[in-house]
Design a protein around this ligand. Structure first.
Ligand code: URA
Length: 209
C-alpha cells in the first residue's frame, strides 16, 4: 500500500496566519498567537474523520439521538517547539491525554537525540503527533518509532511547515501516518533549516534567538 497522501490546508485564513509566521518582523508574542490559531485550523482539518456515537439526550423540547465523539485521543508534542501547538488542541479536545517526547537536534549534525519521554498508554489510541517543523524528518521518525512500538492504532502528524525531505522520509518509513501541514516548502538548506520556512520555530516562539 502507498503512503497516505499529505494534506495541505488551503484555507485562506491558514495561509494568512502562515505568511505572518514567516515574516521576520513578527514579534514573539504575535508568533505565539498565530501558532495557536493555525494549530486549531490544522487540528480541525486533521480530525474530520473522528468516530462519533449517538447519545440519547433531551433538548428542552424533545428527546433525540445526537452524536458525541467516540475515539480515545492522545496528543504528543515534540519538545520544545511542539508545546506551541499543544494548548489550543487540548482546549478543543479536553478529554485528550497528553504525552511528551523531548528531542534535541545537534546543530552540527542535525541528528535528534532523546532527552525526555513521558507517555500515557497508547494501545489502540489515535495519536496526534505535533511537531511544527517537519525538516529532515529525523525527530518525527524517532517519535513515530516509539509511538508505534507502544501500540498506537492510528497516528496523525500535524506540522505547520514541512520540507519535501521530511515528508519523503516519513512517507517511506511510516506509510500509514497521515500528515497535515499548512505548507510543503522548497527544500532544506545546508544547516537543515526549511527554506523559505519560518526560521527556528522554538526560538521565535520563546524569544531565545
Ligand atoms: N526546526 C526549525 O525550528 N526550523 C527549521 O527550519 C527546521 C527545523
Amino acid at each position: 500500500m502507498g503512503a497516505m497522501p499529505i494534506r495541505i490546508i488551503q484555507h485562506p485564513l491558514a495561509q494568512h496566519y502562515l505568511t505572518h509566521l514567516r515574516d521576520e518582523t513578527t514579534s514573539h508574542a504575535l508568533f505565539r498567537t498565530l501558532a495557536r490559531k493555525l494549530s486549531v485550523l490544522l487540528a480541525l482539518e486533521a480530525t474530520h474523520g473522528l468516530k462519533t456515537t449517538l447519545r440519547k439526550i433531551k433538548t428542552p423540547l424533545e428527546e433525540i439521538q445526537s452524536p458525541v465523539l467516540d475515539e480515545e485521543l492522545v496528543i504528543i508534542p515534540i519538545l520544545r517547539s511542539g508545546l506551541g501547538m499543544l494548548e489550543p488542541i487540548v482546549d478543543l479536545f479536553p478529554k485528550i491525554s497528553v504525552g511528551y517526547i523531548g528531542l534535541e537536534r545537534d546543530e552540527a549534525t542535525a541528528v535528534a537525540s532523546s532527552y525526555y519521554r513521558k507517555l500515557p498508554d497508547l494501545k489502540g489510541k489515535t495519536v496526534l503527533l505535533v511537531d511544527p517543523m517537519l525538516a529532515t524528518g529525523g525527530s518525527a521518525q524517532r517519535a513515530l518509532d516509539d509511538i508505534y512500538k507502544l501500540g498506537a492504532a492510528k497516528v496523525i502528524l500535524l506540522c505547520i511547515v514541512a520540507a519535501p525531505e521530511g515528508v519523503a522520509l516519513v512517507e517511506k518509513a511510516f506509510p500509514a501516518v497521515q500528515i497535515y501541514t499548512a505548507s510543503v516548502d522548497r527544500q532544506l538548506n545546508a544547516s537543515k533549516y526549511i527554506m523559505p520556512g519560518v526560521g527556528d520555530f522554538g526560538d521565535r516562539l520563546y524569544g531565545t534567538s
